[in-house]
Design a protein around this ligand. Sequence first.
Ligand code: SAH
Length: 352
Amino acid sequence: MNNENLIKILVENNQPNYRTAQIQKAIYQDGVSGFSEISTISKELRELLTKELNILSFMVEKVLVSKDNCSIKALLKLADGEKIETVLLSSGPGKWSVCLSSQVGCALNCQFCATGKGGFKRNLTAEEITDQVLFWRQYLNKNQNANLKMQNDNLRNTISSIVYMGMGEPFLNWEEVKKSLHDFVDKKLFAFGSRSISISTAGISEGIEKFADEFPQVNLAISLHFASDVKRNAYMPINKKYNLASLKKVLQDYFSKTNRQVFIEYIMLSGINDSEEDAHALSTYLKSIGKRQLLHVNLIAYNETGSLFKASSGNKVHLFKDYLEKGGMSVTIRKSLGQEVQGACGQLAGEA
Ligand code: SAH
C-alpha cells in the first residue's frame, strides 16, 4: 500500500492524526486484508478508502504450500502483468522469514541461477517490495483466523525476519530498495528491527557503500560462490565489473564504517567450486580481507534448477567446512528450505 496516498486521502477528508495511526496499525501490523475489516473507523471512511486505495498493488495468482507447511511460495501478478515470486519460510517454531524479490527478473545472468535465465524486465517499486510482506502478514492472519487446513501451529505466528534474496539484485534498484527499508523499520508502519532484515548482493560496490552509510544495522550478505577471478568471471559475469579485489576493498570499508558481521554465501557446486583447492582459495581470500571474526561463511546446498550444475555431496561439503574451520573461519552448512515448492534460492523464475 502506498502510505503517502493514504495520508493524502485522510488529510483531504479532515481526519485527525490518530485516525491515520489506527489505520496504519490495522494494515501494517495486524494484517487486515480490506479496509472493511477495520472496525475502529466509521463505515463511510471504510467505504471511501476501499474506493480510493488498494492495499496490495498486485494480484495473487497462485500459492504453493509444501507438504510440511514450512515453505510457501506465492506467484504475484503486478499491475502491468509482470510476475514475481515471494516465499514464506519457517525459520523456527512460531517464526517466519519472508524472502523478497526486488526486481522482475535479473540482469546479472549468474549461470547457476534460474532467475537470470529470463533476463531483466524492470525494477520493482518500493510499494511492490513492501507489499510482499503485507501479503504474507495477511496470509498468516487469515489462516490463523479462519483456522484453515493449515494445522501447523507455526501459522499462528509472526514474521520475524526479511531477506532480500528473491528475484533480482537489490543494489541495482537502490532507490526503491532504500524506500522499502525505511518503511520496514518505520515504527508507525511495519516496525521491524533493522537487525532482522538482510540484504544479499552479488557485490555491487556502490550499493554496498551507500548501504553501509544509510543502514549500518541492516545485515549484509555477499553471494561470493567463487574465490578466484577466473572462476567467478566464468559463472558470475558481474565479476568482470566488480572483481574480487574491488569486493575486498569495499568490504574493508564496510567493516571500518559498521564493524558488523558479514555473511559470505557460497553455494556448493559439484566439481566446480568444492575441491580442497577451492577451499584454500576461499580461506586465503577471506583472510586477506583482514577481519576474520566479522566474516561468517554459509555453505549452501545447491538447489537443482534443471541446469547442468549439480549439488556437491554431503561428504564434500563437510570436508570443505573442516578445511575452512582449520583456517579459523566460522562456517555454517545451511539447509535449504523451500525446494519442494521451487521456492529455494535461485529457483525463482516467475512462472510457478
Ligand atoms: N542478486 C542478489 C540477491 C539474490 S539472493 C545476490 O546475488 O545475492 C539469491 C541467492 O541464491 C544468491 O546467493 C544466489 O547466488 C543463490 N542461488 C542462486 N541460484 C541458486 C541455486 N540454484 N541454489 C542455491 N542458491 C542459489
